[in-house]
Design a binder for this molecule. Structure first.
Ligand code: SF4
Length: 344
């Protein structure tokens, strides 16, 4: 029987994905940006974002010169905004410490913000054609099934074992094709549910397939139920219909993005209103609740719309409507709410 890697490389020739936007005129930079975008995100969702991002920032240098707002604007709606902030920070570091060239060693790569061992492995193997293993979620699933790894995938001992296996499978040539092939196998054949084992190029020696364990591996760990965070949003609306947004602090879930003034208690909301505007709670209109799910909690926000006269300039705020909403970095639920209110 041919080696695991040889079978995957041969399979990739016929069935692998070869036309993804980051695979055209491939560079380490494109691999890096795509790998970051694809964390927690499906290819189909990431694709238009990737195209716009590369068009705007074709090189590390151009990204390093951007403002945080320009970067976050292009990430708007994609979620997990720390990825964008780290990408931007890392581009600046690459320019200041590596003469604008993405480093080609694992140690230097993992020093950069947002780059873990698996992302570094992908940059090295796909971008530089250097021998380096990867271990993203899809690859973990393939290896756990194929080699019957029954431990919890979150446990460090299991991760260590999987890294060793991933490393031991690396071919000495065509490393880029092999890496893409194992990624593609996990994404299109050895899928989370209903894997297509009969079409799998490595099914002859797959332990899970032979022993009927495909549905039980990898081990499913019960998720803790998510908490719901309830907040209130204040939406001051100026005479021409535009809404006031404030910039969030760098840290936190929507760090650096523009959002509504947020409070937990109604009294704080009233205080924000009376402090900054010549208006009070009697002019306020309660809007439909907005729900949004994050990976670790659910958000429930009640927006309160209040007509105000534009008064004194408030630090870190901006007035927006449907016309200029695209020019800022906004979380998807904020953008949607503004459009609903300000569209004629
Ligand atoms: Fe995954 Fe099935 Fe292939 Fe095994 S045979 S690696 S379980 S798709």
């Amino acid at each position: 029987m041919k080696k695991f890697s040889t079978r995957l490389v041969l399979w990739h020739e016929l069935h692998g994905r070869k036309n993804l936007p980051w695979q055209r005129k491939i560079t380490p930079y494109k691999v890096w940006v795509s790998e970051i975008m694809l964390q927690q995100t499906q290819v189909v969702t990431a694709t238009p974002y990737f195209k716009k991002f590369i068009q705007e920032f074709p090189t590390v240098k151009s990204l390093s010169k951007a403002t945080p707002d320009q970067v976050l604007k292009l990430w708007s709606g994609l979620g997990y905004y720390a990825r964008a902030r780290n990408l931007h920070k890392a581009a600046k570091l690459i320019c200041s410490n590596h003469e604008g060239k993405i480093p080609s060693s694992i140690n230097e790569l993992v020093e950069l913000p947002g780059i873990g061992r698996s992302t570094a492995g992908a940059i090295l193997s796909l971008g530089f054609k250097k021998k380096a293993p990867i271990l993203d979620g899809n690859v973990k699933r393939v290896l756990a099934r194929h080699f019957k790894i029954e431990g919890n995938l979150q446990a460090s001992s299991t991760t260590k074992q999987l890294w060793q296996i991933s490393e031991s499978l690396l071919p000495s040539d065509r490393i880029d094709i092999y890496t893409q092939a194992i990624m593609d196998l996990g994404a299109t054949v050895c899928t989370k549910s209903n894997p297509l084992c009969s079409n799998c190029p490595v099914n002859q020696d797959c332990s899970a397939f032979k022993e009927g364990l495909v549905d039980t591996l990898p081990l499913k760990v019960k998720r803790k139920s998510k908490l719901t965070k309830k907040v209130l949003w204040l939406l001051p609306q100026g005479p021409s219909g535009e809404i006031l947004l404030e910039k969030r602090k760098e840290e936190g879930i929507w760090g650096g993005l523009w959002s509504f003034i947020e409070t937990e208690k109604k009294a704080e909301l009233e205080l924000a209103l009376s402090r900054n505007f010549d208006s009070n709670i009697s002019n306020i209109k309660k809007l439909k609740k907005v729900k949004h799910n994050f990976s670790h909690f659910n958000l429930e926000a009640i927006p309160y719309l209040v007509k105000v006269k534009k008064g004194k300039k408030i630090k870190n705020t901006v007035w927006v409507n449907f016309k200029n909403v695209e020019s800022l970095g906004l979380p998807a639920p904020i953008k949607k709410t503004i459009n609903q209110i300000t569209m004629p």
